[in-house]
Write a new protein. Sequence first.
Length: 450
Amino acid sequence: MTVKVRFAPSPTGRLHVGNVRTALLNVLFARSQGGAVLLRIDDTDLERSTQENEDAIKADLIWLGLSWDETFKQSERFDKYEAAKQSLIDQGLLYPCYETEDELDRKRKIQRAQSKPPVYDRAALSLTDEDKAKLDAEGRKPHWRFKLSGGRIEWTDLVRGPSHIETSSVSDPILIRADGSYLYTLPSVVDDLDSNVTHIIRGEDHVTNSAAQIEIFEALGGQGSAPAMGHTALLVGADGDKLSKRLGSLSIEDLREIDGYEPMAVCSLLAKIGTSDAVDARDDLQQLADEFEFGKLSRTPARFDPEELKRLNAKLVHAMSYADAQPKLAALDADGGEAVWLTVRPNLTFVKDVIEWVRLIEGPVTPAIADEDADFVSQAGDMLPEGALTGESWSVWTGALKEATGRKGKALFKPLRMALTGQERGPEMAEILPLIGAEKAKARLKGVTV
Ligand code: GLU
């Protein structure tokens, strides 16, 4: 059997960390099996789906390295869904219902008051052809429900293990709304069957849908036609609470454009949280795929901690070669050459943090020298160690200055930093001094803007 998975975003919004984790786990599983990935655009909601969202979702997936082998949109396949609808009607498994939202609400309230579960009472099943003709003549538009078997649906979940749902405790799901639009349930099954999808991996918020879908698979594709299913635990915040609104809607676009994260930091974190593996950065998706196993996924929620994402990002940046960094540096207009990159990278969390360093190194920097420090700073310029500056130069130099002037602590260090960088705060002086170089350092200590 050739493994085939699908990721099925609805282009009604952007990708965020939660749905990217689903995409990632699908891709990792497929790659671990030499299988294929289908990107299905679930745009049956024609009002809320936009081309702009679809393009942005694809751009995000490409940036993350989550490629696909095949893609299509559901809006191109309405004829298939119509045929499936007819097949279910012919089998007596899809029936029209005329209750309004208000009527359904009232029924649920009464059930709750009687301590009964709010399961649809199937009143529409007893409508006669005459009743229906009358309602149609009144201009009432039906919505359509799938008739569940009422039995127990069992499957071995790839993540949750042996699972079951008693369909008697679930309402017959609405597959088609009164306005004729399809909910995702039926089109998804039709497409999974047509595309020969072998594994459905999605969040555990879909578990109840899965039971109904297994019955729809069997109605349309025959016994045993439902793909294997895995339902992953949802993401929670670092404190174990529901993902906050801000984090839950954290878009990949923001992580990329505003924060400047590396795609592999995002993928590494999302692949490792909620698993038995340690959360650590990996250089490429193939490594993550090689390490992927359903058995490692925990049933308890996966904690998404932005601080951990930063830690992984920093680790990737610290190990990034100049060749890999160079295009990014060029785009930031902050390419100071290989030596600068190699010296500076251990201090960075994001590649873009390099900008500040390069600006201080290359200048022009206007030295900030207080009147009362002018003599001291000038003397410091005269006392700069001879020859090329190294990682030790700062401590050798400030040690000698301390001895010569009696200054120490802030009175010693702050005027030097202010003269050399024009700022009160910034990178470690011991590291930046050799990059500034003796010539520029001396000039700045003499008050020259270079
Ligand atoms: N478009 C559906 C969603 O985003 C797909 C669910 C599925 O993976 O089957 O919820």
